[in-house]
Design a protein around this ligand. Structure first.
Ligand SMILES: Cc1ncc(COP(=O)(O)O)c(C=O)c1O
Length: 417
C-alpha cells in the first residue's frame, strides 16, 4: 500500500536534524548526491554489525543468507526499472564505471571510416569523455547533438547524424544534471534503432525522479549510481538487454567471475557474474535494496508533485528578481515529463562561486560551477561567470529550504551588486 506522504519524508533523513555552526541548514544539492533515510542506514548497519559474510562462496548459513539478500536486491532492481530478468543487472562501482565498462568493450570492435558514436551537449563528463576518447583512439567520428538555448536537444540534427553516419551507439542522458531537462528518450531510441544504432541511457539523475521502464522503451543499456538514489556510495548498476550484454567483453578479471581456471586457460561464468569480478560492495547492494523499498512506500505521482511544486515555487520567486537569469526556464510550466527538480541560474554580472559562497554563509548549500558538464556550460556561455548556481531538490526538500535560498539570494544581491 502506498501510504507515506512526501511532505513528511524529511523526517526520515537524520542528517536534516543536524546543525552546522549551531544553525540548521538547507541541503539543495541532491543532484550531486542524496541524503540517506533511516531504513537504508539501518539495513547497512544491521549487515555490518550482525550479518557479515562474503557472497557467492558460502558453505555456511551466514554466507548463504547474505548471498540470498544480495541476489534478492538484484531482482528488486530489475523489477524497479522494468527489466525481465535479474541477470540483466550488473553491479558496478557507479554510473561512471558502468559507462566505462561498456565503452571498454567497444574498444574491441572493428571500425571503418564513417562509423560514429553520438552523445549530446547535455552530457555529464562521465558520459562524454569515455566516448570522445574511444573515438579518438579508433579514428571514428564523435558526434555531439546540439541543444537550443533552453537545453532542448535538436532532434533534426540527431536524425541527420543517424542518416549520414554508421552510428554504433547513442549515449544520452535521460535528465540533465545541470538544467533538469528530461530528454525524449523514446523518440531517441526509436530513431536510433531505425538506423541500427544501440542506445545507452544515463539515468543517474532520472532514477530518483521518474519511473523507468527499460522493456517498454526497448533501451539497450541503462546506468545509474546508488548514491543518487538514497543508497550508499561505491555502487552502481548497468542494465543491458540480454543478447547485447552477452557480447560485452569482460571488464576486469578475478575471482567470482570464473568457472574453471587452468594454467593455460580460463572458462568464465555466465551473466551477470562474468562482468562482476572480485568481492562486490555488499553493504552498498543491501542499502540499495532498502532504498528501493523505502521509495516504494511513496506514490510516485505524489512525489513528483511535491518536488515540482517546490521547483515551481523557486522559479516563481527567482523570476521576481530581475538580476537573475534562469536556464531552461520556459520548461518550468511544461508538464513534468520535460523537467525535473533542478534549477540552474546566475546573478547577472557576478561570478557564481561568489554567490555560492554567500549562500554557504547563510547555511544554504547549493553547487556552483560547470557541474561536470563543460561542453554545456560553453554552449550556454557560462564559462566567463564561473558556470551556474544549481539548486536541486529531492523528496525530503521543504518549502522552508526555498524560502531560505531566496532570502540568501537577496542578501548576495545586496553584497555583490
Ligand atoms: C547525469 C549524470 N551522469 C553521470 C554521473 C556520474 O555519476 P557517478 O559520479 O556517481 O558515477 C552524474 C553525477 O553527477 C550525473 O549527474
Amino acid at each position: 500500500m502506498k501510504s507515506v506522504l512526501p511532505e513528511n519524508a524529511w523526517k526520515d533523513f537524520p542528517q536534516l536534524a543536524q546543525k552546522i555552526q549551531g544553525r540548521s541548514y538547507s541541503y539543495l544539492d541532491s543532484a550531486a548526491t542524496t541524503l540517506k533515510p533511516w531504513p537504508v542506514l539501518e539495513a547497512v548497519s544491521k549487515f555490518l554489525t550482525s550479518d557479515v559474510a562474503n557472497v557467492h562462496r558460502g558453505a555456511y548459513r551466514l554466507s548463504d543468507n547474505v548471498t540470498e539478500s544480495f541476489e534478492s536486491v538484484r531482482t528488486q532492481v530489475s523489477q524497479w526499472i522494468g527489466s525481465q530478468d535479474p541477470r540483466q543487472i550488473i553491479f558496478t562501482k557507479g554510473a561512471t564505471e558502468s559507462i566505462n565498462l561498456v565503452s571498454n568493450s567497444f574498444r574491441n570492435l572493428e571500425y571503418k571510416k564513417g562509423d560514429a558514436i553520438v552523445v549530446t551537449q547535455l552530457e555529464h563528463h562521465s558520459n562524454f569523455v569515455p566516448w570522445q576518447q574511444l573515438c579518438q583512439e579508433k579514428g571514428i567520428d564523435f558526434l555531439v547533438v546540439p541543444v537550443n538555448d533552453q537545453g532542448v536537444l535538436d532532434l533534426d540534427k540527431y536524425e541527420e547524424f543517424l542518416k549520414n553516419y554508421r552510428v554504433k551507439l547513442v549515449s544520452v542522458t535521460l535528465m540533465s544534471n545541470v538544467l533538469g531537462v528530461i530528454t525524449d528518450i523514446q523518440t531517441i531510441i526509436q530513431l536510433a534503432h531505425k538506423h541500427g544504432a544501440l542506445v545507452l541511457g544515463d539515468a543517474a539523475q532520472l532514477i530518483s525522479f521518474q519511473a523507468i521502464d527499460v522493456k517498454k522503451w526497448d533501451i539497450d543499456f541503462l546506468v545509474f549510481s546508488g548514491h543518487k538514489l538514497f543508497a550508499p556510495y561505491g555502487l552502481g548498476v548497468l542494465y543491458g538487454k540480454f543478447d547485447v550484454l552477452n557480447q560485452i567483453s569482460c571488464y576486469q578479471f578475478g575471482g567470482s567471475m570464473v568457472l574453471k581456471v587452468t594454467q593455460s586457460q580460463t572458462q568464465f561464468q555466465e551473466l551477470p557474474y562474468r562482468l562482476e569480478a572480485g568481492t562486490p560492495n555488499i553493504e552498498g547492494v543491501i542499502g540499495l535494496g532498502a532504498a528501493i523499498s523505502y521509495l516504494n512506500k511513496f506514490d510516485r505521482s505524489q512525489m513528483i508533485e511535491h518536488e515540482m511544486g517546490l521547483h515551481n515555487l523557486l522559479i516563481q520567486e527567482l523570476n521576481l528578481i530581475s538580476e537573475i537569469k534562469i536556464f531552461a526556464h520556459h520548461l518550468w510550466q511544461a508538464n513534468d515529463n520535460q523537467k525535473g527538480p533542478v534549477v540552474s541560474f546566475i546573478l547577472k554580472g557576478v561570478h557564481s562561486s561568489d554567490v555560492a559562497q554567500i549562500l554557504n554563509q547563510e547555511n544554504v548549500f547549493v553547487r556552483s560551477g560547470v557541474h561536470c558538464a563543460q561542453p554545456l556550460a560553453e554552449r550556454l556561455d557560462l564559462i566567463k561567470c564561473g558556470g551556474s548556481i544549481r539548486a536541486s531538490l529531492s523528496v525530503y526538500s521543504q518549502k522552508k529550504d526555498i524560502e531560505k535560498l531566496i532570502s540568501a539570494i537577496y542578501k548576495a544581491k545586496e553584497i555583490l551588486l
